[in-house]
Design a protein around this ligand. Structure first.
Ligand code: NOJ
Length: 819
């Protein structure tokens, strides 16, 4: 039913109306474009799970949102290509980079070099290893995220990479057992969305193309790819890849959300994932690629496959995929031989009319427009010859093209980035516990360093495997890095202790530390001033985690040391959540989660331990009491052998991460957004900054789609402010956070608290300041599956501001009524 007047009368004010300054931007909605209010919301007409209806044809790019000029250049370029050249531009080739597009020398086009990854130049010698993405997310610091990405991209560019295969918007961390959460950001779409946007801006401002991956719901490694009979080609599966089955609302509000931010940031490309979505392969899911990504979100760039995620030619192309990787003629087994789908077959499909030339032209324009937009045709550094031999995706003996290398090889691209990495490492270290004033350290006379995570890795500079000895500062797989320098905790603490004249004893063998026959205590004199215990958790691409405990008997090491040392400080280097039973031990006085902190991990932890840096990072996920407290277990096995039997039902809906724990009132050890400081902050007086819009429609005005979707979704509709003060005696950064509790009229399944704003502000001791939270239309809307649009619900909103998802210091209620 269509009601005549669809306008909301006003953001009706809270019980105690506050005098509001009228100096802010008013409502952005176009008053003349009121929308019909469709009700009731009838979810039963749709299947509880999303489906993937065909959405054809693939939308052509328009270049709108700032790429118009670049598109003209791309069109001119495409006009000069033969059909074969066009086909091969959409098809990767073995070569020096992890993904390669062939040069076309007659057009002075030197090809495209696509390189991993999110933390470093994966194939880079003389390059830096930055803090991992999960560490960067834990900083809750937009500037840090931008700076890190920009510096990373500068190094990539200097090595000749046109495209960085990152950032990672999924896995989001639906389950803590996912082993790639360290390559992504946070188990929350809002925080991940901000991280995606800052990272993409940083990368692309440096002139390198970013790639938002993995689209979408790539939430487990297990069965991420089909299994094949040993002698089969890709048309005969034993079992197909896992299907992430997600309802429409959850897809929009959780998993697509960060990708919408990515598109809004004008990301050059997106990588479709290995897994299926709602029964259809991500790379040939026309609903996902044509309808949502290119249609609803107005994505202007190109969709490339994850390596080997292409399972068809014509179907994938019609469904919106623009580039297949690694592409043609690769010499791997069945797993990798997707090349034949594109290349020559694409040319034939054009010649026999199965695919229209206009579709192929759009594919190439999508590939070339970001190239021209970023000025990559002008003086772009050549590919450094040294990357080729380090390429294990297509090693030199697989190359068919005679790649020519110019310019210096083994370029040192590190600049002075290690200073930044050290700062970032400290800024992303989360202080979880600090009792009896354990930290910061004050010139301790007698220090014990314990745990197998404190020293140097014993297996070389490239972290390819789980190893017993050595600090974990990165991990394996396509996100792995080659360290050209690594500051270890052992080395950094020793250096600091020497300055202070402290005694240092180290015990790095976990087996010895947990062996009962040993005569404890091992140290001398008998009671050290502090025991610093370094423990780790290895997580990496290809194999999900099976436990959230610390590796190498880490929990037992923590207990053993704590039982002999009354001031035990635990430091973890882990890819994601760990359970921490030792946190209850009275002698465990402090705990720090440092994640994978890159090449300056040792110096960075010293900066925090000794108080040169006041910790300010916050958990980007939940640390539960027990492993069994987490929901959404991965699908680790199926008990039948049907081709399509691997199904992962995302039936927790929106209850991902803290949303689940809150909805079910489950106590947690450390909640999302939590992290201590050496000072104390307060927050009060949460209130609107200015008058609320007087005419706010339930649905957004329909504006022409821009990158990111309907621009009305990104406009501020309401601004709140609060006062934050540093009431302790140490200067530091506070991270005020804003969560929204939606009105009861919102469809069921809406979590009690959802992050919708945060800031990171420097506050000298004793000072206070005002922070503002700007809420965009999307932030106060839910995805209405019937209207197929974002709807602001009527009723009472509660805005909750504080220092974590469970530590609210001030609330503000706003009631929306229908006019
Ligand atoms: C597979 C990974 O999923 C992806 O993240 C990576 O970029 C490609 N391989 C290329 O190495």
């Amino acid at each position: 039913m269509i009601l005549a007047n669809a306008l909301f009368g006003a953001w009706l004010l809270s019980a105690a109306p506050t005098a509001m300054a009228d100096t802010c931007q008013g409502p952005i909605d176009h008053p003349g474009e009121a929308f019909s209010y469709v009700q009731p919301i009838n979810t039963t007409i749709l299947s509880p799970y999303g489906h993937s209806p065909a959405s054809l044809p693939s939308p052509n790019m328009t270049g709108n949102g700032g790429w118009e000029l670049a598109l003209l250049k791309a069109k001119q370029f495409v006009n000069t290509l033969t059909v074969e050249e066009k086909s091969w531009m959409a098809t990767g080739q073995p070569g020096p980079c992890v993904g390669n597009v062939l040069p076309i020398p007659r057009l002075n086009f030197s090809g495209l070099c696509l390189q991993n990854g999110p933390q470093c130049v994966q194939q880079g010698d003389y390059s830096s290893v930055f803090v991992s993405s999960v560490s960067a997310a834990a900083s809750w610091d937009r500037q840090l995220l931008y700076d890190r990405a920009r510096a990373l991209a500068e190094e990539h560019k200097a090595k000749g990479s046109h495209v960085i295969l990152g950032p990672v918007g999924g896995p989001l961390g639906r389950s803590p057992y996912n082993s790639r959460t360290w390559e992504g950001f946070a188990a929350d779409p809002y925080l991940t969305g901000v991280c995606m946007e800052e990272t993409i801006n940083g990368i692309q401002d440096a002139g390198v193309q970013a790639n938002a991956k993995h689209l979408i719901a790539n939430e487990q490694e297990t069965q991420r790819n089909p299994t094949f009979a040993p002698d089969a080609n890709e048309t005969t599966y034993i079992q197909d890849s896992v299907s992430s089955n997600i309802d429409d609302r959850t897809l929009h509000e959780i998993y697509m959300w960060p990708f919408a931010n990515a598109v809004r940031a004008k990301v050059a490309s997106a990588m479709c994932a290995y897994n299926r979505l709602n029964g259809s392969h991500s790379c040939q899911n026309s609903y996902l690629l044509n309808h949502i990504l290119k249609g609803e979100l107005g994505f202007q760039g190109y969709v490339m496959s994850d390596w080997g995620a292409t399972h068809s030619g014509v179907a994938s192309i019609d469904s919106g995929m623009d580039m297949t990787m690694p592409g043609g003629f690769t010499l791997y087994g069945a797993f990798w031989t997707d090349g034949s789908y594109f290349g020559g077959n694409l040319t034939r499909a054009i010649q026999n009319g199965t695919i229209e030339m206009s579709r192929l032209d759009d594919m190439i324009m999508r590939i070339m427009t970001p190239y021209f937009w970023l000025g990559q045709e002008k003086n772009f550094p050549s590919v450094d010859a040294s990357v080729g031999p380090l390429n294990y995706d297509s090693p030199p003996d697989t190359w068919l093209y005679d790649w020519k290398f110019t310019g210096q090889s083994n370029r040192d691209v590190r600049s002075d980035h290690n200073d930044m990495i050290r700062e970032h490492g400290a800024a992303s270290t989360v202080l979880l516990k600090n009792e009896r004033n354990a930290l910061p350290l004050r010139k301790p006379g007698n220090i014990v360093i314990a745990g197998n995570d404190a020293g140097p890795p014993m297996q070389g500079p490239s972290l390819r495997a789980d190893f017993e000895y050595g600090v974990l500062a990165g991990s394996i797989g396509s996100g792995s890095c080659r360290f050209s320098h690594l500051s270890t905790p052992l080395e950094a603490i020793n250096a600091r202790a020497r300055k202070d004249g402290s005694l240092v004893q180290s015990f790095l063998n976990n087996t010895l530390l947990t062996t009962t026959e040993l005569t404890w205590p091992l140290w001398n004199p008998q009671q050290p001033d502090v025991c610093l215990v370094f423990l780790k958790s290895f997580t990496g691409e290809g194999e999900d985690r099976t436990s959230l405990e610390l590796d190498w008997d880490g929990n037992a090491v923590a207990e053993a040391v704590a039982s002999h040392c009354n001031n035990t400080v635990i430091i973890t280097n882990s890819g994601g959540a760990n359970v921490m039973p030792f946190a209850d031990h009275p002698n465990v006085t402090a705990i720090l989660a440092q994640h994978y902190a890159g090449e300056e991990t040792g110096n960075a932890i010293v900066d925090v331990l000794y108080g040169d840096v006041n910790p300010s990072a916050k958990l980007p996920y939940v640390i539960a009491y027990n492993e069994s407290d987490y929901n959404a277990p991965l699908t680790t096995a199926v008990y039948s052998n049907g081709t399509y039997d691997w199904q992962s039902w995302f039936d927790e809906g929106l209850e991902v991460g803290y949303r689940y724990f809150d909805a079910h009132n489950i106590s947690v050890r450390y909640e999302f957004g939590f992290g201590l400081s050496y000072t104390t902050f307060n927050l009060k007086d949460l209130k609107p900054k200015c008058s609320a819009p007087s005419k706010l429609t339930a649905l957004p005005a329909k504006r022409p789609t821009e990158p990111g979707g309907n621009p009305a979704l990104w406009e501020t509709v309401y601004t709140l402010e609060a006062e934050v003060s540093n009431i302790g005696d140490v200067d530091g950064f506070a991270v005020p956070q804003l969560y929204v509790e939606f009105p009861s009229s919102t469809p069921t399944g809406t979590p009690p608290s959802q992050l919708r704003g945060f800031d990171k502000v420097w506050l000298p001791a004793g000072k206070k300041r005002t922070v503002t939270f700007e809420l965009m239309r999307r932030d106060v809307s839910h995805w209405d599956v019937t209207a197929q649009d974002w709807r602001i619900p009527v009723g009472s909103f509660t805005f909750k501001a504080g220092f974590s998802s469970r530590d609210f210091r001030a609330k503000y209620d706003v009631t929306l009524i229908k006019a």
